[in-house]
Design a protein. Structure first.
Ligand SMILES: Nc1ncnc2c1ncn2[C@@H]1O[C@H](COP(=O)(O)OP(=O)(O)O)[C@@H](O)[C@H]1O
Ligand SMILES: [Mg+2]
Length: 509
């Protein structure tokens, strides 16, 4: 007897419908699986047979063939357990085959028949064939699935649950409430905790407003890490589309915390400097997203930048330009989105104290040069804002000192500037903020008064700007003007923007 159970496969975060065809025929008892299953899918044979037996069904000793169609695409992961098991139950006549076909199934099975949660449920659920009556998923994944599934989501805890439902006990399964998408994020840190550092705060606000990359240079203890950790608190909340995109990536990577269906906070990823190139960029035989993709719609913070593996840093240049990563493997290539703000921090020299107001630095100038040379020109070029951070004197750090401005008003100013950009780039698919403005639009959107133009040209020749650095300074000027609500860029805006590139000349001669 022949049966069909529907499910989905995943490549990266792209889902594609898969039909699990099960044939049960006379012949020597055997169980074969075809249709490009990878090892994890092939192993499901053992789990499925045990789960079926332990759920109280006994499959007849026949020749079993499972085909995963389309046969040309690789199937990966344990989520095929459930559709295969249901297909077998239908082929064996335990549940109605006609009814089984009207639903989709995804989930891993334990040997005792329990259904276990799987990675990637949000993107998977978006890929089921439309027009189905429902999607059976592990209860732990149900709210995630409900966000993107075109069909009703039916949470189940065991294979027996599925069989009961298909045999007509649907009343036992209440309809899942639609997930709440509007809850604001909660932040554990706030800019109020940062004393002084007015220039750094301003630079971070500009970076947040325009989505600009930022590099902080300063001695240990200057507060670089502290400032960086507070950047997410002034970014505008994720839009629903952004939240779904980000959740898809985290779901595929298996990083959604238990009970979380949707990522609500902008990601803040801070990989250790020992991270490998695939860890940073993405990779593996079944490609997984790297840190650049996990930071999609958020912040990638690289603390102690020169300590990172040089080739990993260089590999980041391409995703920084295109906002996507393509991970190629022998047969397939997988695309992951990677639109992130790069936030980097570093000491000015190996000992760290080169620019410290009171401590002496004991590095030779060639040591300093070698240290700085770990950051390549092209990478530096892609960072719009370079910022020197000096440590605060201890008298400004005590508990009696005035707290700094809290994150909320900063976030509101950022949101106002982002709203202007939202209108400016309305209708453009891939551009959301000034940092992403393509060169072809600079003319249209960066109208600049004559004094501003003159200042920019002077600065460009004095600091030896590359064409890319010139455009980046112009984009930062645009953001500063947006923060002020000005349509036209003037000399004050430009002056502030170009000073954020002046450091390059001081350090990297
Ligand atoms: N401006 C500041 N306001 C309040 N505390 C500060 C400030 N700067 C530094 N600190 C304190 O010093 C600690 C070390 O700062 P950190 O961010 O780790 O420095 P860095 O990363 O530059 O080495 C912080 O955890 C914080 O307690
Ligand atoms: Mg630090």
């Amino acid at each position: 007897m022949l049966a069909l159970a529907r499910t989905v496969g995943l490549v990266g975060i792209e889902a594609f419908p898969v039909d699990v065809e099960v044939d049960m025929s006379r012949g020597l008892p055997s169980f074969s699986m075809v249709g490009l299953p990878d090892n994890s899918v092939r192993e499901s044979r053992e789990r499925v047979q045990a789960a079926i037996a332990n759920s109280g069904f006994s499959l007849p000793p026949k020749k079993l063939t499972v085909n995963l169609a389309p046969a040309g695409r690789k199937k990966e992961g344990p989520s095929f357990d459930l559709p295969i098991a249901v297909g077998l139950l239908a082929a064996g006549g335990f549940v109605s085959a006609a009814r089984v076909e009207r639903f989709a199934y995804a989930g891993e099975l334990a040997l005792d028949g329990r259904v276990r949660p799987v990675r990637g449920m949000l993107p998977m659920a978006s890929g089921i064939t439309t027009g189905l009556e429902g999607l059976f998923v592990p209860a732990e994944n149900a709210s995630e699935a409900a966000i993107s599934s075109p069909a009703r989501v039916i949470p189940v805890r065991s294979l027996q649950d599925v069989a009961n439902w298909l045999q007509g006990a649907e009343g036992l399964f209440p309809e899942l409430p639609a997930p709440e998408l509007t809850e604001p994020p909660v932040y554990r840190v706030d800019f109020a905790e940062v004393h002084g550092q007015l220039q750094a705060r301003r630079a971070l606000e500009i970076a947040a407003a325009g989505g600009h990359n930022l590099l902080m240079i300063g001695p240990p203890g200057a507060g670089k890490t502290m400032l960086a950790q507070r950047l997410p608190t002034i970014l505008p909340p994720l839009t629903k589309t952004e939240a779904i995109e980000t959740t898809m990536i985290h779901s595929v990577a298996g990083l959604l915390p238990e009970g979380v269906a949707l990522v609500r906070e902008r990601p803040f990823r801070s990989p250790h400097h020992t991270v490998s190139t695939p860890g940073l960029i993405g990779g593996g035989s079944n490609p997984r997203p790297g840190e650049v993709s996990l930071a999609h719609n958020g912040v990638l913070f690289l603390d102690e930048l020169p300590e990172f593996n040089r080739s990993a840093l260089e590999a980041m240049r391409q995703p920084m330009e295109s906002c996507r990563v393509t991970v190629s493997r022998a047969v397939t290539s997988t695309d992951f989105p990677a639109r992130f703000m790069l936030l980097a921090a570093m000491n000015p020299c190996p000992c760290g104290y080169l620019t410290h107001p009171s401590r002496a630095c004991n590095c030779s100038s060639s040591q300093v040069q070698r240290y700085l040379a770990k950051i390549s020109g092209p990478l530096l070029d892609r960072i719009d804002i370079h910022l020197e951070v000096s440590p605060l004197e201890s008298k400004h750090l005590g508990p009696e000192t005035e707290p700094g401005e809290p994150s909320l008003p900063m976030r509101e100013r950022v949101a106002t500037a982002r709203a202007i950009q939202g209108e400016r780039y309305a209708g453009m698919n891939d551009v959301f903020c000034n940092a992403g403005m393509p060169p072809s639009l600079l003319r249209k959107h960066c109208s600049i008064d004559p004094a501003g133009r003159k200042l920019l040209d002077t600065a460009a020749s004095r600091f030896g700007f590359s064409a890319r650095a010139y455009c980046r300074a112009l984009r930062v000027s645009r953001t500063i003007a947006d923060l002020e609500g000005e349509d036209r860029i003037n000399a004050t805006h430009v002056a502030e923007a170009v000073q954020f590139r002046a450091l390059e000349k001081d350090y990297w001669v």
